[in-house]
Design a protein around this ligand. Structure first.
Ligand SMILES: NC(=O)C1=CN([C@@H]2O[C@H](COP(=O)(O)OP(=O)(O)OC[C@H]3O[C@@H](n4cnc5c(N)ncnc54)[C@H](O)[C@@H]3O)[C@@H](O)[C@H]2O)[C@@H](O)CC1
Ligand SMILES: Nc1ncnc2c1ncn2[C@@H]1O[C@H](COP(=O)(O)OP(=O)(O)O)[C@@H](O)[C@H]1O
Ligand SMILES: [K+]
Length: 511
């Protein structure tokens, strides 16, 4: 699913109005009707107090139109107009009049007003600001937002949580609605998926308000939300007359004294993701544990007991994942440097491999094109420097990925894969995966997919989704806290089964 910028959403709006020869208030009515239907399907006329807070732009207009539908169906409503500007939008005014025609008189709130009482049992509809927010809310509006947040009422946001900008961090983190549920129009918004701004919403859902499909199909987006539908289209089926050679020989290089487990996790994940043959290259201290723990694995060792000093590959692997538990000792750095010089096809670089590159950026020129980097936030900062907010981080990361021709996997709650200026936002995974070794598992999986012939970009997108899904399956069985990285490996098989199962009704709708 495409993720459009606010600018593109306004364009879609304009295109739809022109092509379908409708007025803008028809679109607003469609949006408000969809929200009403959503609420009505759940409340079925329950006599709960619904307090609507409406701004004076089109987001507020949506709120006013919704208020009318709610009232017509007998709901108990209070309508507040958050009167933050004299520049009221045309469709807001139209819907204000329609409300007054039905003898509903909103309560106008301005800087001098007392804050309205909100009970924890009320439902708040948040229609103060939408995607048009372009500066900090005034202090009195910010205080009203704080008051709503403190009420503990269920807050349903129209389109976006009010006060949340679409292209930067909030000016004042307290002046943003903490939304229980966001009903967002037509397309998901990037801010929902980034760590600094995603915290303002609990759940979200997309409502189709009838923006023109021609525009939605034709318009290119900088970011895409990756769901099961996209993943299924990347899947490469196993062939009946195949053999292990068909699925490639993968190599996992890493480990140092006390950190052999990282290689074990990655190698196991590589095997379970479907690679035909997997060989681990480790210092000698890792030999026995790996041979015992993973019988399917072949093990090669360095001449050194405790760390890697020279990476010799007696065969040409189809894919290599390197870096987990590697350490950054001088001889290891040299071995890594020689390894990069020797490699021509893309490699997957993780953990200390990335730390070495951050310490010695001149080595970046030796990284084969289309290699995959899988940094967590700290490793990313070492590579690209600090950032002021997530949006700047993404711009810097994109520039890095383009200049080095790297598929950059920015790990997090919503991992984002960047390549050639485009971002792919993942939708699987859970907080149980914030545990030691889960990144090693991802590296093994992505390497295993490359061994099977997936391109770098496909392996990154598919691997990240599969990894998150395996984590979700593990969490559904044992909860978040007990989830260990090895559980993720054990769920890879079920994750494949889930990907290949026919879509259920909800998934079909999202396609
Ligand atoms: N294509 C779509 O997706 C549709 C969008 N609609 C609604 O329209 C909304 C966007 O409406 P608007 O463009 O009118 O913008 P908003 O309703 O988000 O904001 C209203 C206006 O307030 C001003 N403003 C911005 N920040 C301010 C601040 N901090 N203090 C005071 N004033 C400020 C701006 O001039 C802005 O246009 C969407 O979020 C959505 O709710 C719907 O009406 C239907 C169609
Ligand atoms: N809150 C979360 N929600 C979803 N996925 C998460 C969350 N926290 C971590 N993960 C995932 O777990 C992995 C952690 O990787 P990393 O930090 O490198 O772990 P390690 O270095 O211990 O192997 C990443 O793939 C990341 O996306
Ligand atoms: K809103």
């Amino acid at each position: 699913m495409k993720i459009f910028s606010a600018q593109q959403i306004y364009q879609a709006d304009k295109f739809t109005i022109e092509k379908q020869q409708i007025t803008s208030d028809v679109l607003m009515e469609q949006a408000a009707t969809k929200i009403f239907e959503w609420i009505h399907a759940r409340l079925r006329g329950t006599s709960v107090n619904i307090q609507l807070f409406c701004g004076i732009g089109n987001n507020g207009g949506d709120g006013m139109a919704l208020a009318r539908h709610l009232q017509e169906h007998g709901y108990v409503i209070t309508v507040h107009v958050v009167n933050y500007s004299e520049k009221r939008s045309k469709d807001f005014l139209l819907n204000l009049e329609r409300l007054k025609d039905r003898k509903i008189w909103p309560n106008f709130i301005n800087a001098e007003s007392e804050l309205p009482e909100i009970s924890a049992n009320d439902i708040v509809v948040d229609a103060i600001f939408g995607i048009g927010l372009n500066r900090s809310p005034d202090d009195w509006v910010g205080q009203l937002i704080g008051h709503i947040n403190a009420s503990q009422a269920f807050v349903l946001s129209v389109d976006v949580p009010s006060g949340l900008p679409m292209d930067r961090a909030p000016w004042n983190p307290k002046y943003v609605i903490e939304s229980s549920y966001v009903l967002s129009f037509q397309v998901p918004k990037l801010a929902f998926f980034l760590p600094d701004t995603g915290v303002y919403l609990n759940q979200w859902e997309i409502l189709d308000i009838g923006l023109d499909p021609e525009f939605l199909t034709r318009e290119e987006a900088d970011y895409e939300l990756v769901g099961k539908h996209q993943i299924v289209s990347l899947y490469r089926p196993r062939l009946k007359f195949s053999h292990k050679g068909t699925y490639g020989q993968a190599m996992i290089v890493g480990g140092s004294y006390g950190k052999i487990g990282a290689v074990q996790l990655a190698s196991n994940a590589c095997l379970s993701s479907g690679a035909g043959l997997v060989t681990a290259f480790v210092p000698q201290c890792g030999y026995h544990s790996l041979q015992t723990a993973v019988p399917e694995l072949m093990v090669l060792t360095d001449t050194d007991e405790h760390c890697i000093t020279e990476i010799s590959m007696p065969f040409a692997p189809k894919a290599v994942g390197i870096g987990m538990g590697l350490g950054t000792k001088e001889p290891t750095i040299k071995a890594f440097k020689d390894f990069l010089k020797q490699m021509e096809s893309p490699v997957v670089v993780d953990a200390d491999g990335l730390n070495i590159l951050a310490m010695a950026p001149h080595m970046l020129k030796d990284v084969p094109p289309q290699s995959i980097f899988t940094p967590h936030p700290k490793e990313l900062e070492r590579l690209i420097g600090t950032w002021t907010d997530d949006f700047e981080k993404l711009e810097k990361a994109k520039a890095f990925s383009i200049s080095h021709d790297i598929v950059l996997v920015i790990k997090g709650a919503h991992t984002i894969v960047l390549y050639k200026g485009k971002g792919y936002v993942n939708t699987t995974g859970n907080p149980g995966m914030a545990t030691a070794g889960s990144g090693d598992v991802l590296t093994g999986m992505v390497t295993g997919l490359m061994a099977q012939g997936y391109t770098s970009l496909e392996a990154a997108i598919f691997g990240v989704y599969l990894h998150g899904l395996a984590g979700d399956i593990s969490a559904s069985q044992n909860g978040y806290e007990a989830l260990k990285a090895s559980d993720i490996v054990n769920s890879i098989g079920r994750a494949y089964v889930e990907i290949l199962s026919p879509p259920d009704v909800e998934e079909k709708e999202q396609e």
